[in-house]
Design a protein around this ligand. Structure first.
Ligand code: THU
Length: 135
């Protein structure tokens, strides 16, 4: 698959996932889609809760789908939010993504037309928390 069609497939999966968001409180639907090391695409949307801190972002939904589906590493990831072109993953999500990514993992920032900007994990989260002391 060419890099361009790979990006397009991830964009479309993220957009479709955004349509499944449960965001009645913020009214800010977000979609994410991961291409994992197994070649599969794992989508996710934000899922909010009436007890506001209990909700979570689109990215951890996609990470959960990846792990349960047998994927182990994030090769590339697309994020889209209909109300915010080029929505970047929030701080907590950057740390969650980095657990399963490499410095050169590509993150695609989208608008309603497609992928508009590509950043690497290292650009998105410089000085990430990592250490060999734990584990
Ligand atoms: N949100 C995400 O799903 N991903 C992000 O990286 C940014 C924020 C969600 C969380 C909440 O449901 C809504 O967007 C508004 O913050």
């Amino acid at each position: 698959m060419s890099a361009q069609s790979s990006q397009k497939e991830l964009f479309e999966a993220a957009r479709e996932a955004m349509g499944k968001a449960h965001a009645p409180y913020s009214k800010f639907p977000v979609g994410a889609a991961i291409r994992a090391d197994d070649g599969k695409v794992y989508p996710g949307a934000n899922i909010e809760n009436i007890s506001f801190p209990q909700g979570w972002c689109a990215e951890p939904t996609a990470i959960g789908a990846m792990i349960m589906g047998g994927g182990r590493k994030i090769v590339e990831l697309a994020v889209i939010a209909e109300k915010l072109p080029l929505c970047t993953p929030c701080g907590g999500c950057r740390q969650k993504i980095s657990e399963f990514a490499s410095a050169d993992t590509r993150i695609y920032l989208c608008d309603d037309a497609g992928v508009q900007k590509t950043v690497t994990m290292a650009e998105l989260l410089p000085y990430a928390f990592e250490t060999d002391v734990i584990g």
